[in-house]
Ligand binder design. Structure first.
Ligand code: GLC
Length: 459
């Protein structure tokens, strides 16, 4: 079974958000299960491949150049990189002011044309696409192999000028979107299977509230739309042998956690008292409910609790977080940026993990938090609904605290209930060990994914 797997992000090579970790985790698990997966990424620059070869692909006439090279990347495996006009940039999507590159339409159409060219050259058994950056591939291929499109978010659809429809070689009308072109909308129409990254998100996106304009198209898919929960890469996310954390621990012996907690306090400059610490590790975007967390900040003093935020993204949200931290440094600490080792230390050292998303296709951080014994406090949306059970509602089976509404009142109430539970050692430990005991690995989701490949190819 040969799968051509195209994505705009792949950890640890190019990482902006969860897309990178979800794709690399899935690919590792599929490969471990014997599926031959070829990973295709945009060539954003700065990557040297071992044993590099250039592939002889044919570019469409509208593309000034197309260069596809393949080789081995130590620690990652084989990758194929597509260079097209404008591809090489310091950040995959945005400039130094956080604004999308003006030519993102051309860049990712160029990438999709590269994926299509590779498909013609290598004739994979299955073509697996991820998000809008790759979805137009299906309109750039006159002959399509069996195909899967994974939706990691409907929040970005790649809507672009209608003139791009002229570059498509087939089914352009499926990509037509009012007076524009919409790669994700066309991909949804043409893929043989559409995967949403959690079962609950697969249901939510059929509604106008979460469907982002595409709910009718998604409804029309019937059983071609499937929800498969993401996993986390448990070889990277394992507190019993994580090289980034100060002390190791596991479900049967949590004592190392105290040392990790002190580590966090040292970074923030806080005293090692027993005020619970909430952590947030997040892209700073509206989706993640950063504004809801900012609203909750003024209640921290009354809970009482502290908040440590790690993240980068929207400059305006970052400005608010810096201001909140400057006004109450003994309660709030903000580290701007994405720092993978620090993320590990935060999961290991925080008491509670705040994730008040407005929508969340799956979410990985809440699973990473549970794997490291930090109790999640979440909204009841998307994959958060599938992965976190409220311990007040389901006493003795809960793994965290779930806000019944996506607003400041609901979030503060869930934070308050979490702090109360955390104060009771026995209850706290039972919630923590339940979360740590769940299987968050990719094993089951990847097996489900492989079954879908098999059902499409009959192999
Ligand atoms: C996007 C979604 C997130 C999901 C991730 C990986 O970042 O916002 O919910 O977990 O993709 O699929």
């Amino acid at each position: 079974m040969r799968v051509l797997f195209a994505t705009a992000e792949f950890a640890p090579v190019y990482r902006v958000g969860g897309l990178a970790e979800a794709t690399s985790g899935l690919v590792a698990a599929l490969r471990a299960g014997g599926v031959d997966v070829r990973v295709v990424l945009p060539d954003y620059g700065g990557i040297e491949l071992v044993g590099e070869v250039t592939l002889d692909v044919t570019a469409p006439a509208w593309l000034d150049h197309l260069r596809v090279r393949r080789g081995h990347l130590p620690g990652v495996g084989e990758v194929t990189l597509v260079d097209a006009p404008g591809m090489r940039r310091p950040h995959p999507y945005v400039d130094e002011h956080g604004r999308g590159w003006a030519d993102n339409d051309a860049r990712f159409m160029g990438f999709s044309a590269g994926v299509a060219a590779l498909c013609r050259l290598e004739r994979p058994d299955v073509l697996h696409l991820n998000d809008w950056h790759t979805a137009a591939t299906l309109g750039l291929l006159a002959e399509r192999p069996p195909s899967v499109l994974t939706i990691h978010t409907l929040g970005y659809q790649g809507v672009m000028d209608r003139s791009w429809l002229d570059r498509l070689v087939t089914d352009a009308h499926h990509f037509a979107w009012y007076d524009a072109a919409n790669p994700l909308a066309g991909g949804i129409e043409l893929a043989d299977r559409v995967i949403a990254v959690s079962p609950n998100y697969a249901r939510e996106i059929l509604t106008p509230e979460f469907g982002m304009g595409l709910h009718d198209r998604l409804r029309a898919l019937g059983d071609r739309l499937i929800g498969i929960r993401n996993g986390i890469d448990t070889s990277v996310w394992n507190p019993s042998d994580d090289p980034h954390i100060r002390a190791h621990f596991h479900r049967g012996d949590l004592s190392g956690r105290a040392e990790c907690r002190r580590d966090l306090m040292d970074i923030a400059g806080w005293p090692g008292d027993n005020t619970p610490v909430f952590a947030m590790v997040s892209r700073l975007v509206e989706q993640k409910g950063v504004d809801l967390a900012l609203d909750a900040v003024r209640f921290l003093e009354h809970l009482p609790a502290r908040l440590f935020v790690l993240g980068s993204g929207d400059p305006e949200l970052a400005r608010h977080l810096h201001a909140a931290a400057a006004a109450a440094p003994d309660r709030i600490h903000f580290h701007e940026g994405y720092d993978a080792p620090l993320a590990h230390r935060l999961f290991a050292g925080s008491d509670l993990f705040l994730m008040p998303s407005r929508f969340e296709p799956c979410g990985l951080a809440q699973m990473q938090a549970m794997a490291y014994g930090s109790i999640p406090v979440v909204t009841d949306v998307g994959g958060l609904h599938d992965t976190v059970t409220d311990d007040d509602v389901h006493r003795r089976s809960g793994t965290g605290f779930v806000s019944s509404s996506v607003d400041p009142a609901g979030v503060v109430d869930a934070m308050h209930r979490a702090v109360r539970a955390w104060r009771h050692r026995a209850r706290r430990e039972s919630i923590v060990t339940r979360g740590m005991g769940r299987d968050w690995s990719w094993t089951t989701p990847a097996a489900h994914q492989a079954e879908i490949y098999h059902s499409l190819t009959g192999q």
